[in-house]
Write a protein of this length. Structure first.
Length: 105
């Protein structure tokens, strides 16, 4: 589960949307204002809209975080990994040169 899914679930659970929606639909079905199939269809539609809204929110938050990190000039993980590889390669070359010169500095 990625951070977006966690945030979405937390938001939905925090608001109590799934439980309240189920209660409302069950109540409408009991009163006869909705058939069971209409209730099921309504629950599915609402759930899909909630998921879409959560995805949009997560996407917006991710974009906001990315822009903030970019403004802070923090290197991305792949940039750090690239630098690590270069440092490792340079360290190996230095060690090789030191061994070739007899360990003298």
């Amino acid at each position: 589960m990625n951070i977006n899914e966690i945030m979405h679930r937390a938001l939905m659970a925090g608001v109590g949307i799934p439980e309240k929606l189920k209660e409302l639909i069950d109540e409408l079905v009991e009163k006869g204002e909705l058939s069971k199939s209409q209730g099921a269809r309504l629950a599915k539609e609402c759930s899909e809209k909630a998921i879409k809204s959560g995805e949009d929110l997560s996407k917006g938050i991710s974009e906001l975080i990315s822009k903030a990190l970019e403004k802070m000039n923090i290197p991305a993980r792949d940039e750090v990994e690239s630098i690590k590889r270069k440092v490792t390669a340079l360290s190996a070359k230095i060690k090789k040169l030191e061994e070739a010169s007899g360990g003298k500095e």
